[in-house]
Design a protein around this ligand. Structure first.
Ligand code: SAH
Length: 479
């Protein structure tokens, strides 16, 4: 009997990556093993995104592909998860994609788990028994299957949701309709999850929320993101903490101060402005003005002078004139922020903008505006990255990429360097020798924290492999 294999295809935001990880660990606890390829899987899950039409189109393309796989192998089970399913799209999708076996809303693997439990038969039970004995090693290391077996002791970064859903109603955004109302996870659940992740080697945690700086606003007690950051930082195995995405209206001095004061919290702010014109901001229902945002950036820079500040921009929002767009351009030019996540406005069903505003900026014009900001951003980043030249920066090494090690600085800059030794998860100093807008190159200077220890291969230890032999070994040697 062979292990059943699952494959999860994930697109979209970090929240989806976290949801896929949670789903994966539940499947592993049922005895499924991960495979990188859908072609050899018994169960394929698509974790989808609909924030823009393009993402939705990719999910539909992938669905068509897996329906082909199912035609060839009718035993294949297909799960559809994430924002495409949302809270109430299932009936519609069921008609459109009848070959899908099970639908899961974002962050909710339960329907698939129920489905698989329902499928259990004698054969599965026997297989589960086999797996239980087989996986005794991993059970000894970890009873909770926090990471898929393939990902243990080689995963450097993990995303941990702290706020689920969103209760804002930005007029362009579909997320509140698909991820439900805002709710904060309990601090202890978050701390436990992070502890299990670091027990399995993880060294950097990204705390996630649609509006992460609203964490805890739904609690009775006065406990928010700043307090959570302090508690998470107590974890001795954890090297770095980041959080995203902030909303400009909720970024308190307390959060900025904790970010400055706790060495493990990286000085990395994600503060989407979306647009720089007051009328457009009003139409988007963002709740702040151009001047408010400038004051916020000034405040972050005053309280936490060593920082990186990223933002999100949407170009071509309904009604955005050339002049209004130029307000966004000038805001970005003046503020010289770091990375700009840039998107062309895309009509999303049921949003206020889709219902009440005409998508009247042409595709060519959207593309022209996008390019203008892209070029501006490249200039700014190119210039800003020069300041790292000939300096030593601390890099948390993530993986090997095209023969080089690749990692990030506290400011989230990508760094590549050479080294002939295993460094996954190591914290190293690198002297920067070349800097471009999107990445830097350097030479390894020092390894400050070694790589993630490989899990001992317990199958080589007789005690775990053949318990009877070990027992025999304990007997006094005869004669
Ligand atoms: N919660 C964050 C945004 C999360 S969505 C905030 O409050 O800003 C991630 C990004 O996708 C958004 O910042 C926005 O720039 C982009 N986005 C969302 N809806 C979009 C749409 N309809 N068209 C284009 N981009 C969109």
């Amino acid at each position: 009997m062979s292990l059943k294999k699952y494959n999860i295809w994930t697109i979209g935001c970090q929240m989806n990556e976290a949801d896929s990880r949670h789903l994966g660990s539940q499947l592993e606890s049922l005895g499924y093993a991960m495979t990188e390829t859908a072609e050899e899987a018994d169960l394929v899950v698509l974790n989808t995104c609909v924030v823009r039409q393009q993402a939705e189109d990719r999910a539909v393309g992938r669905l068509q592909y897996v329906s082909e796989l199912k035609r060839r192998n009718p035993e294949l089970k297909i799960g559809l998860m994430g924002c495409m399913v949302g809270m109430r799209e299932e009936p519609r999708l069921r008609k459109q994609f009848p070959f899908v076996d099970v639908f899961m809303p974002p962050s909710d693997p339960a329907p698939l788990m129920d489905y698989l439990h329902g499928m259990r038969d004698e054969d599965t039970e026997a297989r589960m028994d086999e797996i239980r004995t087989k996986s005794v090693q991993s059970a000894i290391q970890d009873e909770d299957y926090i990471l898929p077996a393939l990902r243990r002791n080689n995963t450097v970064l993990a995303n941990v949701p702290i706020v689920l859903g969103c209760s804002h109603a930005c007029t362009f955004c579909i997320i509140p309709y698909r991820r439900g109302p805002e709710r904060s996870r309990k601090p202890q659940d978050i701390l436990d999850e992070i502890q299990k992740l670091t027990d399995q080697g993880v060294r950097e945690i990204m705390l996630l929320g649609q509006i992460v700086d609203r964490y805890g606003t739904d609690f009775d007690e006065d406990y928010g993101l700043a307090e959570l950051l302090r508690d998470v930082a107590q974890n001795e195995d954890l090297l770095r903490i980041r959080y995203l995405t902030g909303h400009p209206n909720y970024m308190t001095d307390r959060i900025i101060e904790v970010t400055r004061d706790l060495p493990k919290v990286m000085p990395h702010f994600e503060l989407p402005v979306q647009a720089g014109n007051d009328k457009v901001l009003e139409d988007m229902k963002r709740g702040y003005t151009n001047a408010d945002y400038r004051r916020l950036i000034e405040r972050v820079r005053r309280i936490c002078p060593d920082n990186t500040i990223n933002t999100d921009i949407i170009v071509g929002f309904p009604g955005e004139t050339e002049e209004e767009f130029m307000d966004t351009y000038h805001l970005l030019k003046d503020l010289e922020l770091d990375k700009i996540h840039l998107a062309k406005y895309s009509v999303r069903p049921k949003t206020i903008a889709a219902r009440k505003m005409a998508d009247d900026v042409t595709e060519d014009e959207k593309e022209r505006r996008r390019l203008m900001i892209d070029q501006l951003s490249e200039e700014i980043l190119g210039r800003k990255n020069q300041r790292w030249l000939d300096r030593e920066v601390e890099v948390l090494v993530e993986s090997r990429h095209k023969g080089k090690w690749r990692g990030r600085t506290p400011h989230n800059r990508l760094v590549f360097f050479d080294a002939d030794r295993e460094l996954t998860g190591a914290l190293v100093d690198v002297r920067i020798t070349a800097a471009s807008p999107y990445s830097m190159q350097g030479d390894l200077v020092d390894v400050k924290v070694g790589p993630i220890p490989r899990a001992p291969d317990l199958s080589r230890i007789p005690m775990f492999h053949r318990p009877l032999e070990r027992k025999a070994g304990l007997q006094p040697v005869a004669g």
